[in-house]
Design a protein around this ligand. Structure first.
Ligand code: GDP
Ligand code: MG
Length: 444
């Protein structure tokens, strides 16, 4: 996967201030391979890499991640930005009927998607007003194609234009438009014919229909498994009719997401929906984040982020240990530590791994474990700045004041001070053992 590859290449470059041109170019060779493996069309992958290369050179490398990881992040963000640019729902705000025309190759999912969208519009999904929708099939090539739409119409309770045998697509479109006007439909959906390959007869027919129907939306329906061929399909269709958006179908399958980037790049139009199954409600708004994750390898991005976070924790702990060993670990530091424990989901990770920390952890457990973390924070908050920096100032009288202020007891305050003491002692021991890194390596 991409992040593994980059991890290997860049580990030794860690710690530099900014991404150099050489770093970025090496990383981008790997990015290019990953894009191609995800089925992004070759020219699209090339353009994308060129663009992101320019962006990445000179960017600062975050403290806790490698330049390779940083590049993955930049690529991920660029993918999301590109996939999500101009995202919009269907724009049907016109004098009715608004016409939506579906185009694409045979088998791409046009008829299915027509019915899915009709269902969505007519049911007032996502809090929208319900639309009165009419569907018409202009597919006179494929046997029973018009009946297929009629059947789906019954299923989703949306009207379909009555079938008249022998009519040609342009005639059907004219009739549908008239019916929609006369019968007060808000939306007319035109499901057009497709061929197995792009051919001119199909394109001419489609153009003629578009001229008559003047659609507000022309949606190109593409099978997300199309892969490298997606560019040819998108180019041909967008040259012939003014597309307004793309629908990617079969996103429920094992498509690696590359077609989405190709379609976006070639048509310049937003991806409006994703088909995620054969059922009539299997239509979703398009999620750029998810698809970017799929292109880069979803699991890897997640583990990448986790690894980066781990590194941050380790470095923070190291810095903390240094302060402690120098006798500088005060209650402000303890508060930071407590907040971090809460973020990590409670006690455990750090304290549990270190033998020297066992005592401090036990003290905390005795005091009530995780539930006590918030109370401890309250106690420290009730101390003065001087008390936090010099806990030995906290005498009996001050303890009473602090307990009152934090809604706790003197006993609680004592427990906190004891834990701070234990941690300081533990940290001094750790220092002698070669710091946290030395200890981690001893633990394997
Ligand atoms: P058309 O030739 O472009 O009209 O394609 P159809 O709408 O007839 O769809 C062809 C096949 O693909 C049918 O079996 C559909 O059920 C199936 N299909 C369409 N969209 C999806 C989808 O998003 N996911 C899955 N799994 N199947 C789909
Ligand atoms: Mg069809």
């Amino acid at each position: 996967s991409l992040s593994d590859r980059l991890g290997g290449v860049f580990d030794r470059l860690r710690g530099r201030g900014a991404l150099t041109e050489a770093d970025v170019r090496t990383a981008m060779r790997e990015v290019r391979v990953a894009l191609l493996e995800a089925d992004v069309a070759l020219p699209v992958a090339r353009d994308f890499v060129d663009k992101v290369t320019e962006q990445a050179i000179g960017q600062n490398v975050l403290r806790s991640i490698t330049p390779g990881q940083q590049v993955v992040k930049i690529v991920h963000d660029a993918l999301v930005a590109m996939l999500g640019a101009d995202a919009s729902e269907l724009l049907l705000d016109v004098t009715p009927p608004a016409v939506v025309m579906m185009v694409g190759l045979q088998g791409s999912g046009k008829t299915t998607t027509t019915a899915k969208i009709a269902k969505r519009l007519s049911s007032g999904a996502m809090g929208r007003e319900r639309k009165k929708v009419l569907m018409a099939s202009l597919d006179v090539n494929r046997p029973a194609a018009q009946e297929q739409l009629a059947t789906l119409g019954t299923q989703v309770e949306v009207s379909t234009l009555p079938i008249i045998a022998g009519q040609q697509p342009v005639e059907i479109a004219r009739r549908a438009l008239q019916a929609a006007k006369l019968q007060g439909y808000d939306v007319l959906m035109l499901d057009t014919a497709g061929r197995l390959h792009v051919d001119q007869a199909l394109m001419d027919e489609m153009k003629a229909v578009a001229e008559i129907a003047q659609p507000q939306e022309i949606l190109l329906v593409v099978d997300s498994l199309t892969g490298q061929d997606a560019v040819n399909v998108a180019t041909s269709f967008s040259e012939q009719v003014p597309l307004t958006g793309v629908v990617l179908t079969r996103m429920d399958g094992d498509a690696r997401g590359g077609a989405a980037l190709s379609m976006r790049a070639v048509t310049g139009k937003p991806i409006k929906f994703a088909g995620v199954g054969e059922k009539m409600d299997a239509l979703e708004a398009f999620h750029p984040e998810r698809v970017a994750g799929r292109i880069l390898g979803m699991g890897d991005v997640v583990s990448l982020v986790e690894r980066a976070a781990e590194t941050i924790q380790q470095e923070d702990a190291e810095r903390m240990a240094m302060k402690m060993a120098k006798g500088q670990f005060d209650l402000n530091d303890l508060r930071g530590q407590l907040a971090q424990m809460r973020r990590m989901g409670g006690l455990g990770a750090l304290a549990g791994m270190m033998p020297g920390m066992k005592k401090a952890q036990n003290a905390l457990n005795d005091a009530g474990g995780d539930k006590i973390l918030l109370r401890m924070d309250a106690i420290i908050t009730s101390m003065t700045v001087k008390e936090r920096a010099k806990p030995e100032l906290v005498n009996a009288k001050r303890k009473i004041r602090i307990a009152k202020g934090s809604g706790t007891t003197v006993q609680d305050v004592n427990k906190l001070l004891k834990m701070h003491q234990e941690m300081s002692t533990a940290m001094k021991k750790i220092k002698k053992m070669g710091g946290i890194k030395g200890m981690m390596s001893m633990l394997g």
